[in-house]
Design a protein around this ligand. Structure first.
Ligand code: S3P
Length: 448
């Protein structure tokens, strides 16, 4: 499990051109949800393209521990025999969700309205992250939570015996909180209503509808109002998981900053609640095109083509775009270092409670590599040095955070001196094939 193993130091070196096709793995958000909704259906859900990263494998194990049968065929197809809404068994061991905030928060929601207890833990990163944002609304259904001080894991949830439906306005822009409430609402009678002021990724809503739940979304003056009718019988599905835009971000950004590059990243999910980075890069002047745009499984999909873009300019990223690119700010800050002028990122307080404090982790590493960064509680500004002018040369701490490790390794491909990370191990949580995929494009990324 990531964070439990020996650190894997890695370094990244100035590379010639990156060329070729980068087939990134399946979407992490959709992979977790496929397993959980499969486990809550009656019958067999068949999943292809599942992300086989540690985060998702931990969710698969959790679903088994709660009574679902989860098997992987030799060809990489996953089959989930679900127990039905309200059918979870009480796990007889602690559920270890490793590094995954999405895994633990969604599973807590999914079990909170069943009459079982479960104890959750994670790695050193996950055990620092706030859980009250999920346990507060789960308490409204009648679930009880006892954890460490500050609402941290390890934590036991005792599910509600007679759950009540809930009307809840999500106080922070978080798809995990929204999803936990909706999944809890599945086993409550009547209508559960979730209101969000800023639209966050909507995979849970789309997939619940796909599994046959009655769910509606309305944009109102109050915000986005999502209404779910409880106690449906979910129908098992065949799911082809689209490739992850958050993983695509790494080869795309690497190509934009590495001289002469031309990289195709096919079949990327471009759900508008996820695609903010690509819009931002285009506004900065990136040579990034969408080819072969189409719909697959109800999600917009395209092939991304990224070419070396030496004339990118820093921009002010609109704060209202933050939720649609929340996981991509670390790698954006790397591209910003290679652009001319300032890139201003505001309204991003949530970055401080991810797998690491991502503003702190990136600002510290960028400064160590010769890039000026200003930061405050919910904002940061990267002062671009322009193509070819990023010094590099430092070792950065990845803080058990896959996206911090990958971002600095992207940076080293085009900086004057190599960039190192103290531990590339966490990359396996979301992008287990990052090293061979980048090497095949021509990236010089080494262990040690
Ligand atoms: C996710 C939601 C986001 C994101 C995470 C995946 C999801 O977290 O950062 O990587 O799948 O719902 P928040 O809900 O904390 O914003």
């Amino acid at each position: 499990m990531s964070g439990h193993g020996t650190p894997i130091p890695m370094s990244s070196h100035r590379s010639a051109t990156l060329n070729g096709t980068a087939e990134v793995p399946g979407d992490k958000s959709i992979s977790h949800r496929s397993l959980i909704l499969g486990a809550l259906s009656v019958g067999e859900t068949v999943i292809t393209g599942l992300l086989e990263g540690q985060d998702v494998l931990d969710t698969a194990k959790a679903m088994q521990a709660m009574g679902a049968e989860v098997v992987r065929d030799d060809d990489g197809t996953w089959r989930v025999h679900g127990v039905g809404v309200g059918g979870f068994a009480e796990p007889d061991q602690v559920i270890d969700c490793g590094n995954s905030g999405t895994g633990v928060r969604l599973i807590m929601g999914a079990m909170a309205t069943s009459p079982i207890a479960a104890t959750f833990t994670g790695d050193a990163s996950l055990n620092k992250r706030p859980m009250a944002r999920v346990t507060d609304p789960l308490a409204l259904f009648g679930a009880q939570a006892v954890g460490r001080s500050g609402g941290r894991l390890p934590m036991t949830i005792v599910g509600a015996h007679d759950p009540l439906p809930v009307r809840y306005t999500v106080p922070v822009p978080s798809a995990q909180v929204k999803s936990a409430v909706l999944l809890a609402g599945l086993n409550a009678p009547g209508q559960t209503v979730v209101i969000e002021h800023e639209a966050t990724r909507d995979h849970t809503e789309r997939m619940l509808a796909g599994f046959g739940a009655e769910i509606t979304t309305e944009d109102t003056d109050e915000g986005r109002v999502i209404t779910l009718t409880g106690q449906p019988e979910l129908t098992p599905q065949t799911i082809a998981v689209p490739r992850d835009p958050s993983s695509a971000a790494f080869p795309v950004c690497a190509a934009l900053i590495t001289e002469g590059s031309d990289v195709l990243v096919p079949n990327i999910g471009l759900n508008p609640t996820r695609a903010g980075l690509f819009t931002t890069l285009r506004e900065m002047g990136a040579d990034l095109s969408y080819e072969n745009e189409r719909e697959e499984g109800g999600e917009p999909v395209a092939d991304l083509r990224a070419r070396f873009s030496p004339d990118m300019k820093g921009i002010e990223v609109p704060p209202e775009r933050a939720a649609s690119m929340i996981d991509e700010y670390p790698v954006l800050s790397v591209v910003a270092a290679f652009a001319e002028g300032q890139t201003v990122m505001r309204g991003v307080k949530e970055l401080r409670v991810k797998e690491s404090d991502r503003i702190e982790a990136m600002a510290t590493g960028l400064r160590a590599n010769g890039v000026e960064v200003e930061d405050g509680p919910d904002w940061w500004i990267v002062h671009g040095r322009g193509q070819g002018n990023v010094p590099g040369g430092a070792t950065c701490a990845s803080h058990l955070d896959h996206r911090i490790a990958m971002s600095f390794l992207v940076m080293g491909l085009a900086s004057q001196s190599p960039v190192s990370v103290d531990d590339g191990g966490p990359i396996a949580t979301s992008f287990p094939v990052f090293e061979p995929l980048m090497a095949a494009l021509g990236a010089d990324i080494r262990r040690g």
